[in-house]
Ligand binder design. Structure first.
Ligand code: ADP
Ligand code: MG
Length: 325
């Protein structure tokens, strides 16, 4: 049976690239470029909470890195280095090889170097910390939304939640869309190019991991503003084509988690530039709402111009509440 050190050397040690010292010592050594701030984010994936027992190890490796790349994208930062803390019930070599393959595939996609970590026995638990850089003062936080700003969302939120319901045996998806939706759940593509391109344009931004409304509520709270979404602007069509009814599609879009799309606010005068940017980074963008002055107000404008209040649905870990889609 290989020791923990042999496992690390076989699966996680690669020659250092940009780091001065990578895997193999007590700590890694890296250099932050002059004029930049270091941006740090940690995310943990726990079996039974974030993924199902028996999940594909390569996809898990990808997702372990991808979810933190998404956090850095939401800060408009460039990821540079990662550490990986994992707890595993056994030393299954094939599982580790596939998992490491997914980790390194995602690292390669986003130019991230794995520089360290920790490996221990225990319940399956996967935790990556990403270190990135952003020119000082240019990070986009959740706190800068101003009344009158537009609210934008990237891509197609809702697919991951519908895929999960399908996999758990609930409402089934249309065959033509199923693959695409399941791919969104297992292999999220963080919107890094978009996040970086929004430096200097977005007033506030975050990535949607726990549901659009629940995450929008964080921007509202940090920015002390409210929001009105326009039902006619919500990108429901692709979800409806997935084989669910309109109301079901709306719930998945507004409340479904695990999408890793970017939600951001920007002045209306920037609409043209933002639409151009969507083409430049090959990412569809949907303008779905407007920021209101009244702190905490959250409403949906429906067909006839009437507004109805929206509850911030989404996933809440400690109450265990999860809306079903
Ligand atoms: P220490 O006992 O000093 O904490 P470890 O035995 O935990 O060192 O780790 C040895 C080396 O392997 C360190 O450089 C550590 O960062 C790295 N490492 C351990 N686990 C992982 C992992 N899962 N991925 C990448 N590097 C790892
Ligand atoms: Mg040590």
């Amino acid at each position: 049976m290989p020791s923990e050190f042999e496992l690390i050397a076989r699966h996680f040690q690669r020659p250092a690239r940009s780091a001065d010292l990578g895997v193999g010592d007590d700590a890694a050594l890296v250099r932050v470029s002059a004029g930049n701030q270091l941006v740090v984010s940690t995310d943990m994936l726990v079996e039974g909470t974030h993924f199902l027992a028996g999940a594909d190890p390569r996809q898990l490796g990808w997702k372990t890195i991808a979810v933190s790349v998404s956090d850095l994208a939401a800060m408009a930062a460039q990821p540079r280095w990662a550490t990986l803390a994992i707890s595993l019930p056994d030393d299954d070599d094939a599982w580790l090889a596939a998992f490491a393959d997914g980790v390194f595939a995602c690292c390669a996609s986003f130019d991230v170097e794995l520089v360290g970590g920790d490996t221990t026995r225990g319940p399956r638990n996967l935790c990556a910390t990403l270190f990135g850089e952003v020119p000082a003062g240019q990070a986009v936080t959740r706190a800068g939304a101003r009344p009158g700003d537009d609210i934008w969302i990237s891509g197609q939120p809702g697919r991951a939640a519908l895929a999960l319901t399908d996999l758990l045996g609930g409402q089934g998806l249309a065959a033509a869309c199923r693959q695409d939706f399941v791919e969104a759940l297992h292999g999220p593509r963080p919107r890094l190019a978009l996040g970086i391109a929004l430096r200097g344009l977005a007033s506030a931004m975050l990535d949607v991991s726990d549901g659009l409304l629940g995450d929008l509520a964080h921007i509202l709270e940090r920015s002390q503003v409210g929001a009105r979404l326009f039902d006619r602007l919500l990108p429901l069509q692709a979800l409806i084509e997935g084989g669910v009814g309109e109301e079901h599609a709306r719930r998945a879009l507004l409340g479904g988690g695990d999408d890793y799309e970017l939600l951001f606010c920007a002045a209306p005068s920037l609409r043209g530039r933002i639409s151009g940017l969507a083409e430049a980074v090959c990412t569809p963008l949907h303008r779905v709402g407007t920021v209101l002055a009244e702190a905490g107000r959250l409403e949906l404008e429906v067909g006839d111009g009437a507004c109805r209040p929206l509850a911030p649905i989404g996933f809440r870990h400690f109450t265990g509440e999860r809306d079903d889609y």
